[in-house]
Design a protein around this ligand. Sequence first.
Ligand SMILES: Nc1ncnc2c1ncn2[C@@H]1O[C@H](COP(=O)(O)OP(=O)(O)OP(=O)(O)O)[C@@H](O)[C@H]1O
Ligand SMILES: [Mg+2]
Length: 465
Amino acid sequence: MRLLDLFRTATFRLALAYVLLFAASVIFLLGFIYWRTAGFMTRQVDETIAAEVQGLSEQYRRRGLLGLRQVVIERAAASSGSSLILLTAPDGRSLGGNLARWPANAIVDEGGWIGFTFTRGGEQGLARGRAIPLQGGLYRLLVARDISDLALIEGTLRNTLLYALGLTALFGVIGGGLIARTVLGRLNQINQTSEEIMQGDLSRRIPIMGSGDELDELAKNLNAMLGQIEGLMTGMREVADNIAHDLRTPLNRLRNRLEGAMLARDTPDDTKLALENAIEEADGLIATFNSLLLIAEAESGAHRNTMEEVDLRSIARDVVDLYEPVAEERGIALTLSAPEAVRVRGNPSLVARAAANLVDNALKYTPTGGKVGVQIDPGYLRNDGPSIIVRDSGPGIPAPDRARVLDRFVRLERSRNTPGSGLGLSLVAAVARMHGAALELADNQPGLAARLVFPKALPIPQAAQ
Ligand SMILES: Nc1ncnc2c1ncn2[C@@H]1O[C@H](COP(=O)(O)OP(=O)(O)OP(=O)(O)O)[C@@H](O)[C@H]1O
Ligand SMILES: [Mg+2]
């Protein structure tokens, strides 16, 4: 079982591939060397013998057995060390040549070549040659060459091949082991970390070696991804906690009101009033849920495909019209300054909701007798994107709280007596993010200046409409 596991590892297969590749190259290389040396020499020997046989056959045809014998004796006398020749009589007796007797241990191959060992001067030798039967096989002629040196070379090559293959296997195993230790070892590390993370430890990270290679790059990217996931998870958990915490209070209140109305033996009018209050409370809850949904939608980018060209001026007009009665009721002067049409890419209903939330806040937190101004700025005079600016003369938001109020359900302590759920600015911020816009809160001295700045995507309008 464990052996099977070993075969299955990438380490083993890589090492095996390594060894096989090495072995193939070694065999190819030595094969080539053999073909160029020993193979070449063998072919030359064969050619020489063939030529000699032809020459002797010629002599035999022309001069008969006696003439051939003459030539054999001459050749044997003149021969250098490696040329072997022998002519035998029907009884096996030598009629001439430099071999004592016909070789007893000759092996004949398919091509008619014979190989044999011989002794000369007390030394054993290896030879290769051809046997030619004469006069119906009664007389025999042997023409051969001493190939002892050739056999030596072949043996050396064979040994070299064996050693090289052994070394190859050794290097392959060592190389494979090293690769396993470095590359695959690190892949294993990544695997292990992933497993630990899957088991619930989201804080785990893959170690980075600092080598700057692809694996380091991979580890860095995976770690960055894990960081992002962890951030999202934490954010989600916080949102869920917030929602659970902040919705429990109004739900409890609603429940207690209904219970009170049920238990009290009041007049029908009192009961009606209590129910009206409960309905109001429920409406508030529904509004909170709707805001939360809208924020979630804006943040998930669900409306990204519904972007169209929207005119900030007409949106500002609608919002100011909508809030005019509220401003009048609260005794606040609401003004609009939008001299020209300013177009941006966006979702009209979400941009309108964001603008309305800013105006709503300004009117809500500015005391009677104050001023609220809405301005549409094309932005190109300041080389900036188009923006909606809502200024008021109220208490403003202290600088340290300006980031915090964008979070869900965050309300400043002093606004405790004003109704609201603390989601208005969160929605504005979410809408801004979705549009690639920025929400800037600044001091209006006195009051708050809230500015929603869109990116400079659209070309400058040619003429005011
Ligand atoms: N124009 C403003 N002037 C002074 N304080 C403000 C202004 N706008 C917002 N704030 C402060 O920021 C807090 C958060 O504002 P946000 O609009 O998110 O919630 P809200 O107005 O309290 O409730 P909601 O908008 O959900 O009804 C407010 O409670 C208030 O304390
Ligand atoms: Mg608000």
